[in-house]
Ligand binder design. Sequence first.
Ligand code: GCU
Length: 425
Amino acid sequence: MKRFEILLLAIMMSVITMGQNKNAPVNYDENKVPSFEIADPLRCLDGQVVESTRQWESRRRPELLRMFGEMEYGVTPRKTGIKVRHEVVNSTPDAMDGLATCKQVRFTFTGKNGKSLQALLLLYIPNAPKGRVPVIVSYNFHGNQTTTIEPDVITSPSRELVKSLGSKAWVRGEQSSRWAYEMALQRGYAVATMCYHDICPDAPNLLVHGIPALLPDYNAENRGESEWGTIGIWAWGYSRIADYLEKEERVDKHRMAVLGHSRLGKTALWAGAQDKRFKVVISNNSGCGGAALSKRFFGENVSRITANFPHWFCPAFNHFSENESALPFDQHELLSLIAPRHAYVASAEADKWADPRGEYLSLYYAGPVYHLYGMQGLPSPVPPAVHQPQHYDVGYHIRSGGHDVTPYDWQCYLDFMDAALRLNE
Ligand code: GCU
């Protein structure tokens, strides 16, 4: 047996009585955070501590990627056999009062079994700068048409599977407060968005209507321990968007950022950990299973998240319900996989469910890997006050208010990206 299999088996045997529980207790008291040791991300499973970036990349990084795949998000298949076709269905050179060119691109995914699926990308490219521009890639929750009131934006295809067509969730512009397109475009960034339901509808019984339908060996009803959940599938989708953008003539493929909110922040981190084309990886209020340290057991916990959203992770993650201390890794090691690219974590003061302090500490404890590359992580284990962004080679801010994406968040991300991507050189 391989080392991981033995580890997983040992964990499963030790937690036979634990389980996912929608009513599992939730801790909001800092005094009740259990004492636990923060694993050194540089220490390999066999105890060796890596001392060079070469060792990190050849040994420890692959080891961590395997653990996150096998025990949390599911293993990303090396080859899916899925072919992707792109078709520009609409191109407007003077969208947003001439600020941008708007392209809408239909992706058709076809599996080896002949089944296919369509998704729609909405891409805004600023008109003022000449040449190639950096791009921010970010899924939306309710369809491209909800991110703006622009009338030409085509409604994303897969929504009716999730909620009835009449639902006000799908109304044009309904989520526009979360999309600071004009600010980004004015500052020289392109923005690409797609509805995450197009890649895989977000409900346990709907996986068969997403990318899994194109994989003949995927058994959505009875997944293997380490088989893909939707976070893994959405992360794969982020990489397919990057494939398209790499070929887009106005986009600078060396300056791609991925940004996600909440469950899509978890997804952005897993995508950014795996796909090195994302040079900046931004987690907005991603919480449990995202930036927040699981072992703090503060706010949402593994028992709650796996009970409420069983399809997000691979089944093996369930074994850590009410048993976070058995995890052979923690989320700071997910963040460390982004180095030497730039990780950014943002919290909201009232979003205790996402454990703002745990999100901050996670980025802080990814520091040793940044240091290995001669880069600067967060200098202090003490989180800053609200509205005091900390921008080093990694970035963090906490703002007032609750679980959301606001213009203030975008402003911080753009400030950070200007420096990280050296936009003004
Ligand atoms: C729920 C869930 C969180 C998730 C959030 C979201 O609150 O418990 O883990 O981040 O939904 O995606 O909005």
